[in-house]
Design a protein around this ligand. Structure first.
Ligand SMILES: O=C(O)CCC(=O)c1ccccc1C(=O)O
Ligand SMILES: [Mg+2]
Length: 323
């Protein structure tokens, strides 16, 4: 006997969370719960505005379509919509047990511009110290100074930087010029410095700063391959697709000698804890990029360890469909 519950959620965000061109006031999505043979599997389907191609309405329609087939005995669960493929594969992964329980709750702390906040967090971070700093939002000179400041102050710190394709070559070079040469190899990578992949490759070749692909991984013509200067690929499962697809990309990255970093698309605590489980299983040697829970005002159903945010229970959610 198979049972299905589909819920809709809308969690308030902290003030001032901006995604590309819009303010994100609430994080909206779907939770699915599959039951079979007394076992349950949960999944979160939450397309990210400005990043996902699909809308929540499209994701809901596709999810309902698949859920109808599943209660009638269907097994396969691929979807062309990445958020749907990810959420349903998590639910199936819990039901069948292929998604292991063990989680890696480490996360590379995110710094959006104020280095003082980061000092406290990094001081308390056990083991390997890695932080992620968004660059390209202000002047390249300021970005360079912050990078120097952090790397100078914390000798065992490594940084991941993310420019989200915001720089021209000239701006990117401006940034590189301000980073002290002896610090460059403590930049684990700089995600997508320039508008095009070719410009980013040239930047890396000329500055010696390693780069990583993030947006590129989701483009149709992208192939995972070893290239000079490329250190990593960033995998955001809600934007990429099923656990199986992410697993394949991670295997390809590791075979090419690249680091694969499982990262957040601002999922709720339920999705984030599943990403932490994927990270423990598929990228055990790499700290995942999951420091986004504090952008929200509450957690959902499953808490993240040590978070003090209130946890919204499933009973408080609107039921979309139940069978
Ligand atoms: O990668 C991380 O460490 C955190 C997640 C993150 O930065 C992010 C989250 C949602 C959408 C885009 C991005 C991004 O990498 O720019
Ligand atoms: Mg990025």
């Amino acid at each position: 006997m198979r049972k299905v519950e589909l819920y809709r959620f809308s969690l308030p965000m902290e003030a001032g969370v901006i995604l590309r061109n819009q303010r994100l006031k609430t994080r909206d999505g779907l939770l699915v719960c599959l039951t079979e043979n007394g076992k349950q599997g949960w999944g979160e389907i939450s397309p990210l505005p400005e990043f996902s191609e699909e809308t929540l309405e499209e994701a809901e329609a596709a999810t309902l379509g698949w859920l109808h087939s599943w209660v009638n005995g269907e097994q396969a669960f691929e979807s062309a919509l990445p958020s749907v493929a990810f959420g349903l594969s998590c639910a199936m992964g819990e039901l069948s047990g292929f998604l292991p329980q063990k989680a890696d709750y480490r996360k590379a702390p995110l710094c959006n511009g104020d280095p003082d906040e980061l000092f406290a967090v990094l001081g308390a971070m056990p083991g390997e110290k890695v932080a992620k700093v968004k660059v390209g939002l202000y002047e390249a000179v300021r970005d360079g100074m912050i990078v120097n400041l952090l790397l100078e102050a914390i000798p065992d710190l490594k940084l991941r930087l993310d420019a989200n394709r915001s720089w021209t070559r000239a701006k990117a070079d401006g940034f590189a010029k301000y980073v002290q040469p002896q610090f460059r190899d403590r930049i684990q990578f700089l995600e997508e410095p320039c508008k095009t992949r070719d410009e980013s490759r040239d930047f890396s070749r000329e500055t010696g700063i390693a780069i990583a692909w993030d947006e590129s991984v989701r483009e149709a013509d992208f192939e995972v391959e070893a290239e000079p200067g490329v250190a990593a690929i960033v995998i955001k499962p809600t934007l990429v697709g099923s656990i199986q697809r992410c697993h394949m990309l991670i295997d390809q990255a590791h075979k090419a000698g690249l680091m694969a970093v499982i990262s957040s698309s601002i999922e709720t605590s339920l999705g984030l804890t599943q990403l932490a489980r994927m990270a423990a299983w598929l990228t055990p040697d790499t700290i995942p990029g999951l420091d986004t829970l504090s952008l929200m005002q509450s957690q959902l159903v499953r808490p993240w360890p040590d978070s003090e945010l209130p946890v919204l229970d499933v009973d408080a959610l609107e039921v979309v469909w139940r069978r």
